[in-house]
Unconditional design. Structure first.
Length: 367
């Protein structure tokens, strides 16, 4: 039987070990020594012992990042949103594990962080790796000052310039996507500022046609979202409580949406018949890819889904709409102080936003 900082290991057969680890004391003051049988190599048994010890007692000064990841960080990720969870796991596997796995958490310094992150070519991946690494360090809970301060030097990240949809381009853009099965998803993004994941999760039952003062509107109930994950599509709640909301879109978007949507079910159903739940909807990634390919084939300006939402906000600003009402209609969550000054996104206010956008588009050729 051999000893380690975490307990004892005894080889009891070919590729079979008995593990004992420290686990505090019972009510009588006796040390608890739980045990388990493990099948694998000696090194794997050592890792399993460390994981069980750290999970029971928490990290200490000798804990390495690999041990911390396996025992504490990775199990905790299951509580996070699917894309956040997958992002941290992807960064650990692709960028951090090969660089910091054997390093003790207590040996983390600012210079070490800059050295390891400096090996990553992409500035954007650098920032993601910094976020995951900082999370791991904080979860270790060591009584030492965090080396993750704002002075850490990273490569300069320059956002790519991506175009917006201008009011003068709306009619041409609608003509471009008309007839495509995913058009009913993109129209609410440009015409109502929906997030891509919100629009992809819409059903025909979430949309209704109304008329008011001779104008046609589409009223949309936003209650869920659809996201793409490595395991497949996932239906989930909206981003936050403010995001569960009603949106009203006016012309020319309203008629285009109503005429292109199916009578029932997902606005853009999966091409595989018989799917249930998230599988009943076309993947957000596939919609984006096909939309991008269409723009390339037609040599048209490609305005990605995120910028379609941003285009709605920009056009509302050009139309003179109140910024607080625009933010509320988009499902933004403000601070406690801001929230007190939000205008209530009433039906009247939403119709006003729809009318403002319609007027902007119709009057765009005034000069």
């Amino acid at each position: 039987m051999s000893r380690s900082n975490f307990g004892h290991i005894e080889r009891v057969g070919d590729g079979k070990y008995r593990l004992w680890w420290k686990a505090g004391f019972d009510g009588d003051g006796k040390r608890k020594r739980p045990s388990a049988t493990f099948h694998g190599t000696r090194d794997e048994a050592e890792m399993e012992l460390a994981i069980r010890y750290i999970a029971e007692n928490g990290p200490d000064g000798d804990t390495t990042y690999l041990q911390l990841w396996e025992a504490v960080v990775d199990p905790s990720l299951d509580k996070l949103a699917v894309r956040t969870r997958e992002g941290h796991r992807r960064i650990w596997k692709a960028e951090l594990s090969g660089r910091i796995a054997s390093i003790r958490v207590r040996d983390t310094t600012r210079s070490l962080i800059e050295e390891k992150l400096g090996e990553i070519e992409s500035p954007w991946v650098q920032r993601s790796a910094l976020q995951t690494w900082r999370k791991m360090f904080n979860m270790a809970g060591l009584e030492m000052r965090s080396p993750f301060d704002r002075s850490i030097r990273l490569k300069r990240a320059v956002p790519a310039k991506r175009p917006y949809l201008d009011a003068s381009e709306v009619d041409g853009w609608l003509d471009l996507i008309t007839g495509r099965e995913w058009a009913p998803v993109l129209i609410p993004e440009a015409g109502g500022g929906l997030r891509h994941e919100e629009a992809c999760a819409l059903d025909a039952e979430d949309v209704r046609r109304i008329e008011h003062r001779g104008r046609v509107y589409a009223v949309i109930e936003i209650t869920k979202a659809l996201t793409a994950a490595s395991s497949g599509r996932v239906l989930k709640d909206t981003k936050n409580g403010f995001s569960e909301r009603t949106m009203v879109i006016g012309e020319p978007f309203a008629s285009a949406l109503i005429e292109s949507m199916p009578e029932s079910g997902p606005l853009c159903p999966s091409r595989r018949m018989g799917g249930a739940g998230a599988k009943a909807y076309m993947s957000p990634n596939d919609i984006t890819a096909e939309y991008r390919a269409l723009c390339a084939a037609e040599r048209a300006k490609y305005v990605n889904p995120g910028k379609l939402r941003g285009s709605w906000r920009t056009m509302q600003g050009e139309a003179g709409s109140p910024s607080d009402l625009v933010r509320k209609a988009m499902g933004h969550a403000g601070g406690e102080t801001d929230e007190r000054h939000y205008l209530r996104a009433s039906k009247r206010g939403l119709v006003m936003l729809a009318d403002n956008l319609t007027n902007l588009i119709e009057d765009d050729d005034i000069f």
